[in-house]
Design a binder for this molecule. Structure first.
Ligand SMILES: [Zn+2]
Length: 481
C-alpha cells in the first residue's frame, strides 16, 4: 500500500463439493480457487470451490478461511478505516457492509462456524482429520454486501473496489492457522500462492479490471460474463467502473493496462508503469505474470497492491501519482511474488518497495524525484517522528517486528514500516556493498518467488555477507537504530 504523503506530513505536523480423505497426494501442486461471482446493486454473490492440500506434518481437524469482508460490519472492531481518514473514505457518510457465509460443504465436511476475534474466520470442520499430504475440496457459497467507502472493498465514489472479496485460506504455521484480523493501519493480509479461475458477471455498462488475464467475455441481456485465469498468485482482485478509458502497452512481453477516468496525462502514467515493469524485471528478475493492470479508483490511501493488479487513488496526481505507480509496481516483486507475513513484518515488503522505488527514480531522471531526496525525506520524517514521540511519551517505540495492532495509528506505522524500512535497506546496501546488494535481492527474489520469506531469509540472501546483513536487520528491527 502507498500512503498519501501530503496527508501524512500534515498529520506529522499535526459447486459440487467432494473430499478425498484418504487420497494420497504428493502435495506438490498449488491450491486452486474456482470462483463464480455476480455483482449487482452493491452486492456480490458467489460460489467458490477451493481445492487444497495439507502440507503440514500434522493432521487437520478443521480448516480456516479469512473473511475480510466482515471488517465492514457495523460494530466491527477495530475500525477498518484509520482515524483521520474517515472523511475521505466515507464520502457519503458512515456506511457498512458484511460478508455472509450461506453454506460450506464437502464430502468430508461435518459442519462450519464463524469464528475468530471479530467474525473474521470461517472454520470448516472435517468428519475425519485431513492427514499430511491429503487433498480436500470445500465449496463455499457467500454474499458480500459492500459499504459505500473509498477503500479496498467497497462502492467508491466513481468505481467499485473488489479487493479481498472472497474467503481466503489461512496459512498453516507453527501448528495453527494464522488468522488475519483487519486493522485500521497496514495491510493485514497473509496468504500462500494458488491458482485462480474466476468468472465474474456484472452489468455490461461496467468496464472490469482484474488480476490475471481475460480468457473470454460474453454479453447477454445487458449483463457481461468474464472468465479470468491467474496462476501462482496469493490473491485476486477486481475493480469496476463505467467511466474508464483504457490505455495499454507492452513492457518486457507483459501486457500493461492502465484504466483511468480523471488522469490528465494517462499516457505518462502508463509510460511510468511500463518503465517500472522493465526496470524491476532487469534489476530483480522477471515479472511473474502475463498481464499487469493499474486502475484509478476511489481509495483513501495512495494505492493498493494485488497480484497483477494495483489500485491507484484518484486523489493523487502529478509526480505523487508517478511515485504511487512505481511503489505499487515494486510490490509485484515484494508481496505478490515474494510473500511475507505483513501482519508482523510490514517493513519487509513496504520498506523494500520504498527502497526499490528510490532505485527506480535514481535510474529515471525527470520523473519528479531523486534517490537522495527520497532518502533524506524518509530520514527527516522518521527523525521528526522520533523527536515528537520522545517529547510526548518519553521514548519512541521504534521496533519493527511487531503486530499491526501495536502501532496505534498511521503516523507510527508509516514512519516505522515505510520510512525506517527504507533506511534499513540503505544501511543494508552500505553493509554488504553495492554489487552484493543487487545480487542478494535477485537471489531473494528467485529463491522466494511464490513462497513466503522471513527476515532471516532476506539476510541469508546476501551470500558472503549474510552475518553483516543479519546484524543490520537486527539493529533496526529491535529498535536500537
Ligand atoms: Zn506499499
Amino acid at each position: 500500500m502507498r500512503k498519501k504523503l501530503c496527508v501524512l506530513l500534515a498529520v506529522l505536523i499535526a459447486c459440487v463439493p467432494w473430499f478425498f480423505g484418504g487420497c494420497a497426494s504428493d502435495a506438490k501442486e498449488l491450491d486452486e480457487y474456482t470462483i463464480d461471482a455476480e455483482y449487482e446493486d452493491g452486492v456480490l454473490t458467489a460460489e467458490q470451490e477451493v481445492r487444497f492440500y495439507n502440507r503440514s506434518p500434522e493432521a487437520w481437524e478443521y480448516v480456516e478461511f479469512n473473511l475480510f469482508g466482515n471488517a465492514w460490519r457495523e460494530g466491527a472492531s477495530p475500525s477498518p478505516v484509520p482515524q483521520g481518514f474517515s472523511a475521505s473514505a466515507y464520502y457519503a457518510g458512515k456506511s457498512y457492509g458484511q460478508m455472509q457465509i450461506l453454506s460450506a460443504e464437502g464430502e468430508g465436511v461435518s459442519d462450519w462456524e464463524i469464528a475468530g476475534q471479530d467474525e473474521n474466520i470461517l472454520r470448516v470442520h472435517f468428519r475425519e482429520p485431513l492427514g499430511t499430504g491429503d487433498e480436500a475440496v470445500v465449496a463455499i457459497r457467500f454474499s458480500l454486501t459492500l459499504a459505500r467507502v473509498n477503500h479496498r472493498t467497497g462502492i467508491a465514489r466513481r468505481s467499485v473496489n473488489l479487493g479481498n472479496f472472497y474467503p481466503v485460506l489461512c496459512v498453516w504455521e507453527e501448528g495453527d492457522f494464522a488468522e488475519c484480523t483487519y486493522e485500521s493501519c497496514g495491510d493485514p493480509f497473509y496468504s500462500a500462492c494458488a491458482d485462480y479461475r474466476v468468472t465474474f458477471t456484472a452489468d455490461a455498462e461496467y468496464t472490469v479490471a482484474a488480476s490475471g488475464r481475460c480468457l473470454s467475455a460474453e454479453e447477454e441481456g445487458g449483463r457481461k460474463r468474464y472468465e479470468y485465469a491467474l496462476e501462482n498468485a496469493r490473491d485476486f482482485a477486481l475493480v469496476l467502473g463505467t467511466e474508464y478509458e483504457l490505455l495499454q502497452a507492452d513492457a518486457e512481453g507483459v501486457q500493461v493496462m492502465y484504466l483511468s477516468y480523471s488522469d490528465q496525462d494517462a499516457a505518462a502514467t502508463l509510460a511510468v508503469l511500463c518503465e517500472a515493469i522493465t526496470y524491476f524485471s532487469h534489476t530483480f528478475g522477471r515479472y511473474p505474470y502475463k498481464t499487469y493492470t493499474a486502475v484509478q479508483t476511489g481509495f483513501c490511501f495512495g494505492g493498493m497492491e494485488y497480484p497483477a493488479l494495483v489500485m491507484l487513488s484518484d486523489a493523487v496526481s502529478g509526480k505523487e501519482l508517478f511515485y504511487t505507480a512505481v511503489h505499487e509496481t515494486a510490490h509485484q516483486w515484494w508481496y505478490a511474488a515474494v510473500g511475507s507475513d505483513q501482519r508482523t513484518y510490514a517493513w519487509l515488503d513496504e520498506g523494500l518497495a520504498e527502497y526499490s522505488s528510490a532505485l527506480f527514480f535514481d535510474a529515471h531522471e525527470g520523473r519528479g524525484f531523486t534517490f537522495s531526496s527520497l532518502l533524506s525525506g524518509a530520514r527527516s520524517a522518521y527523525n521528526a517522528y522520533c523527536t515528537v514521540q520522545e517529547k510526548l511519551c518519553g521514548e519512541a517505540d521504534t521496533r519493527m517486528d511487531r503486530p499491526l495492532s501495536s502501532y496505534g495509528g498511521e503516523l507510527a506505522y508509516v514512519n516505522i514500516a515505510y520510512n525506517k524500512g527504507m533506511l534499513l535497506f540503505d544501511s543494508l546496501r552500505a553493509a554488504v556493498g553495492e554489487k552484493r546488494f543487487t545480487a542478494g535481492l535477485r537471489r531473494y527474489f528467485s529463491d522466494f518467488s511464490g513462497k513466503i520469506a522471513r527476515p532471516e531469509d532476506l539476510a541469508a540472501s546476501f551470500s558472503g555477507k549474510a552475518g553483516a546483513a543479519a546484524d543490520v536487520i537486527r539493529a533496526y528491527t529491535e529498535g536500537r537504530t
